[in-house]
Ligand binder design. Structure first.
Ligand code: SF4
Ligand code: SF4
Length: 322
């Protein structure tokens, strides 16, 4: 469907407003999905177009089926710094030196691993590979314990590129992963899993793989709350995360609105610090309503947001060995 057709589906009803994190914190039409769509329709270069977090919560709320992501990706263009960051994401090794000064987190070299005659591909996702290397190690250990021969594919799925309107490049990156599509691909970053699925890749989110192939799981006597990463939530992938936790006997304490945006918005928090911090503050409050501070988060930028909030993010792969 073309841009104009997508725009014409919006009837300006406003059902999407309360779903939108930037509207929730600003109460400004400019920073709402409806306002952004109106700006694109009228050809206005509204500041709201830059403040969209690309969480796509508005799409779930919209009764008219407006695919907002097709609108925002069609009109966005990356700035120079964003272009540089995108290049680094494509080669996670080059991200390591960027992580410490900018994210104020420890960066690690991505784990490289390939068994002879591997039968599955483990895709950590660019940020997970350098910020949450322990998660990659745990996922590899788990898959090996289930008898698989594994190859790790370090790279970027293209979601970050789509976020700033670089759809061509995003599709090329998904295409690179299609080269290893002859083996099942298991992704450790849920929003990347969703993006790859939407772009024609037959990929499993880590928990989805465990559930669908009925893999062994240990029992864990632990209390957590669950965060539902935005793009993964749109595709319903969080049901697999919850299923794995239930099979492990983990005690899930519900937060308020677990799919509410974490505030990171990919690299959004680097460019819109104030708005990002405000969203994180709302998310922190909603999360703490669960009564626990350990948050199961299966997407790396969300996990970084939880670290910034002073909470403890944990991936399913880490819980298995906790
Ligand atoms: S995007 Fe959908 S929910 Fe939002 S104003 Fe338009 S039609 Fe209504
Ligand atoms: S993608 Fe998220 S931030 Fe952007 S308009 Fe939709 S709900 Fe709001």
């Amino acid at each position: 469907m073309g841009l104009n057709e997508e725009l014409s589906k919006c009837v300006h009803c406003g059902f999407c407003l309360e779903a939108c994190p930037t509207y929730v914190i600003t109460r400004s039409e400019t920073h709402s999905p409806r306002g952004r769509i109106a700006a694109v329709k009228l050809g206005i270069n509204s500041e709201g177009l830059a403040t969209c977090m690309f969480c796509r919560r508005c799409e779930l709320a919209c009764p008219s089926g407006v695919k907002y992501s097709d609108i925002i990706t069609a009109i966005r263009k990356p700035n120079l710094l964003e272009k540089i960051i995108l290049k680094m994401l494509e080669n996670p090794k080059s991200l390591v030196s960027f992580v410490k000064p900018v994210l104020r987190l420890e960066g690690f070299s991505p784990l490289e691993y390939e068994d002879e005659d591997y039968d599955i591909v483990l895709f950590p996702g660019c940020i997970t590979s350098v910020v949450f290397r322990k998660t990659v190690e745990n996922a590899l250990r788990y898959l090996k314990s289930q008898g698989y021969r594994v190859k790790i594919f370090n790279g970027c799925c293209g979601l970050a590129h789509a976020h700033v309107g670089e759809m061509e490049r995003a599709k090329q990156l998904v295409g690179k992963l299609k080269e290893v599509q002859n083996k099942p691909i298991i992704s450790l970053s849920s929003n990347c899993s969703a993006f790859m699925k939407e772009n024609g890749l037959d990929v499993y989110d880590f928990s989805e793989f465990i559930v669908k192939l009925n893999k062994d799981l240990p029992k864990k006597d632990i209390e957590v709350t669950v965060h539902e990463p935005c793009h993964a939530h749109l595709l319903g992938l969080d049901k697999y995360t919850r299923e794995v936790l239930l099979r492990m006997g983990v005690n899930i304490k519900e937060s308020e609105e677990p799919s509410f945006e974490c505030g990171a918005g990919g690299d959004y928090f680097l460019f819109h610090r104030e708005l990002s911090e405000q969203v994180m503050s709302v998310k922190r409050e909603k999360t703490l309503k669960s009564g626990v501070s350990t948050v199961v988060s299966t997407n790396p930028s969300c996990s970084i947001a939880f670290l910034k909030m002073g909470l403890t993010p944990v991936h399913v792969a880490d819980l298995i060995f906790k």
